[in-house]
Design a protein around this ligand. Structure first.
Ligand SMILES: C[S@@+](CC[C@H](N)C(=O)[O-])C[C@H]1O[C@@H](n2cnc3c(N)ncnc32)[C@H](O)[C@@H]1O
Ligand code: SF4
Length: 377
């Protein structure tokens, strides 16, 4: 099994908080699918010819790409590999790009899952974030996706906004659950260097939300998601039974994936490769048939740490016997030694051979996992 990620690096307008790689819209959009086609033919052997189980169009803003272009890319993938009959094919979409025609086109191309970047159902918050849509458009986009053949709908929300409260967060969450969505990704606002918000925070023009409010909002997320039948399966991801993102799960399980497009990462079990964070460099590499990729062969310690980091962010945790089969005993023992005090306080549990962070402690799991990461022999 393998996965494919396609990074669509265009945004009409940069949101104030976002540091995902993207450039503005231009005539580059029309030639982009042809470049992806060429990149695929140049890099196809990076993953073995095994069935493609998940395909993910992420961004940037994939919904700026028309359905015939998405269809073209999917056709190229189908000619290169075998796509599983029940493959999960996801596209990220911005609410204000969505139309009935676009959605129907995506469905006809084989896209069967849509992830809509709502962020909030409150107009003031959307303005603050620099989004292009308002709360009404957010709600309408979900309805429109449902009317036009999408059943498997995910939405993104951001919490921990300055001046937000349990009430405001509860409002957005309740609205989300009322729309009969199947999957929810909730991210705490982070202030990234190089973004407008990053600069405003440094210049003290924005104040971070109080930690106690962040914690209350996280607890509310757990409470309301439980009430609405959602499984909190990873720090930022929740879903109804049967709707967990197979693409995300594949990443966490270390399944090989090929990433196409500028800034996309790839992994084949041994090597990690990444495309430049520059459209022009990426394009020149493809045109000259000499792709400019950086790569890293993962050593044992890095692989061990990555496995811990990805698995401990999920409800399944990490199976100790898997670690023992894959890595030297000394590494596993060193990690288990560091885990002891955290097991005592309940921040970690060891049940039936699985080490995990209980979901109620997901919010502080980065700190917990940080204590287990191996730095030297
Ligand atoms: C690739 S981005 C956006 C996809 C799509 N272009 C959109 O804006 O709707 C995926 C998600 O990451 C989240 N995100 C991006 N930057 C963030 C930040 N600094 N803090 C918290 N969440 C962030 C947002 O929820 C966003 O929808
Ligand atoms: S959040 Fe989405 S639309 Fe906004 S800048 Fe980031 S990728 Fe672009």
């Amino acid at each position: 099994m393998a996965s494919i990620y396609i990074h669509v690096p265009f945004c009409k307008k940069k949101c104030l908080y976002c540091d995902f790689y993207s450039i503005g819209t231009s005539n580059k959009i029309s030639q982009y699918p042809l470049l992806i086609e060429k990149e695929l033919s140049l890099r196809k052997s990076f993953i073995k010819n095994e069935p493609i189980d998940t395909i993910y169009f992420g961004g940037g803003t994939p919904s700026l790409i028309g359905s015939s272009q998405i269809n073209h890319i999917l056709d190229c993938i189908a000619k290169t590999y075998t796509i599983s009959v029940d493959a999960e094919i996801t596209i990220e979409a911005n609410p204000d790009d969505i139309s009935a025609e676009l959605l129907q086109g995506y469905r006809l191309s084989g896209v069967n899952r849509i992830s809509i970047g709502i962020q909030s159902f409150i107009d003031d918050e959307l303005r603050f974030l620099g989004r292009r849509h308002n709360a009404q458009a957010a709600e309408q986009s979900v309805n429109l996706a449902q009317k036009n053949g999408f059943e498997n709908i995910s939405i993104d929300l951001i919490y921990g906004l300055p001046n937000s409260s349990s009430d405001s967060w509860g409002y957005s969450l309740n609205k989300a659950f009322s729309l009969n969505i199947k999957h929810l990704s909730c991210y705490h606002l982070t202030y990234e260097e190089g973004t407008v918000f990053g600069r405003r925070l440094k210049g003290k023009k924005i104040q971070e939300v109080d930690e106690s409010i962040s914690t209350q909002q996280f607890d509310l997320l757990r409470e309301l998601s439980k009430k609405n039948g959602f499984i909190h399966y990873e720090i930022s991801n929740l879903a109804m039974e049967g709707y967990l993102s197979r693409h995300n799960c594949a990443y966490w399980q270390g399944i090989p994936y090929l990433g196409l497009g500028p800034a996309a990462h790839s992994y084949n079990g041994l090597v990690r490769e990444w495309n430049p964070n520059s459209y022009n460099e990426w394009e020149q590499g493809i045109q000259s048939e000499n792709t400019v990729l950086q790569s890293e062969v993962l050593d044992e310690r890095t692989k061990f740490n990555e496995k811990l980091l990805t698995h401990l962010r999920t409800i399944w945790g990490v199976k100790i016997s898997d670690l023992q089969n894959e890595f030297r005993e000394v590494l596993v023992n060193q990690m288990l030694f560091c885990a002891k005090p955290l097991l005592k306080t309940g921040r970690l549990t060891l049940i039936n051979g699985y080490l995990s962070v209980p979901p109620e402690h997901f919010f502080t799991s980065d700190g917990t996992i940080g204590n287990l990461i191996l730095v030297e022999d």
